[in-house]
Design a protein around this ligand. Structure first.
Ligand SMILES: [Zn+2]
Length: 337
């Protein structure tokens, strides 16, 4: 998986749409202003007539005529500006409209990709991974605490947890993570059994941050490991290089289900250097796993894994498998006549 040609075209189409939408808005503004002030329209016509004469003088090389035309144009522009404001419009009402002034909605500054390009790529990836739809269903507003029992006996450890109270705290920690995201750029590690709501929680976080305009990329661990492997072996493919760049640079990287991938030492080391680089560059990561911390430490070596445990807020989720609970609840609802 990488940013293939059609995805690249989709990104460029976003820019074209922005440009044409803003051109249409500007056009409508001109009509509105001209309707309210025909004098302003006349002034604009004079300015463009003068510009044409100026162009002609430029070709003729008549310096004196050019200087006087330039002066005329400046005073016309000034008069036009005053007229615009006196009609009750903002002074910049007829200026070109850009969502990103840095690249003027082209995605590029010279030959370099603009910072907004990254966001556009994430939006496309989201669009295509159906995540947008999921985020409508799975967000902080739809999170249900009553799926978590007050007390939960974990059979494998024999330990009883106050599952709901723990979840209240976890939920608060996730909301805090979102609230302070811009300044603190934290990292979360969500662990617990299958079906206790880890993916749901990462979706809640993703939705809020996407809405705030951050670039968020979501991967299941097997997909991410595949991409890391591809990049390692296929350096000549630009789209795979691009994808590596997004993985390293997006504001939030969500890695779901760590420990489920089949992999080798080389790719594992790529993974940890990715985690490490994100830490050094203050890019946030949310990792979730079904495995216990001991198992993960065995799987990835203690030393590598300790980078995570010492730099992430570790949140343990306990409870019954919510997917099963949801199904049971559906079955136990009485049939309506
Ligand atoms: Zn831009």
């Amino acid at each position: 998986m990488g940013l293939n040609t059609s995805q690249y075209q989709s990104v460029m189409r976003i820019y074209e749409q922005k440009q044409s939408k803003n051109r249409a808005t500007l056009h409508a503004r001109y009509e509105e202003v001209y309707k309210r002030s025909p004098e302003l329209k006349a002034l604009d016509e004079s300015v463009s007539a003068l510009s044409i004469s100026y162009g002609r003088q430029l070709l003729n090389g008549d310096q004196q005529a050019m200087a006087s035309l330039k002066k005329d144009m400046a005073s016309l522009r000034e008069a036009r500006q005053e007229l615009l404001v006196s009609c009750g419009f903002a002074p910049d009402y007829l200026e070109p409209i850009y969502e990103c002034a840095d690249c003027q909605d082209t995605g590029y500054i010279g030959s370099q990709k603009c910072h907004c390009f990254k966001k556009a790529v994430c939006d496309i990836l989201y669009e295509q991974s159906n995540l947008k739809e999921i985020l409508l269903r799975e967000n902080f507003d739809t999170f249900q605490l009553d799926y978590y029992p007050l007390n939960y006996l974990e059979t494998k450890s024999g330990h009883t947890y106050q599952a709901r109270a723990m979840m209240v705290e976890t939920l608060a920690a996730c909301k805090e993570f979102v609230r302070t995201f811009r300044e603190s750029r934290g990292n979360l590690f969500l662990y617990g059994d299958v079906g206790v709501g880890k993916t749901f929680l990462s979706n809640c976080i993703a939705r809020d941050l996407i809405e705030e305009g951050f670039s968020v990329i979501y991967f299941s661990a097997p997909t991410l490991f595949n991409i890391l492997a591809q990049g390692a072996f296929d350096k000549n493919r630009p789209e795979s290089r691009d994808m590596q760049e997004y993985i390293h640079e997006c504001d939030l990287l969500i890695i779901d289900d760590l420990g489920t991938e089949f992999t080798n030492n080389f790719i594992v080391s790529k993974f940890f250097s990715c985690v490490n680089e994100r830490l050094l560059n203050k890019r946030s990561t949310v990792i979730s796993t079904n495995l216990s911390l001991d198992t993960l430490a065995d799987l990835y070596t203690e030393r590598a894994f300790s980078r995570i445990t010492s730099n992430y807020t570790m949140l343990k989720l306990v409870g019954d498998d919510i997917r099963i609970k949801k199904k049971l609840r559906r079955f136990s609802e009485p049939d309506r006549p």
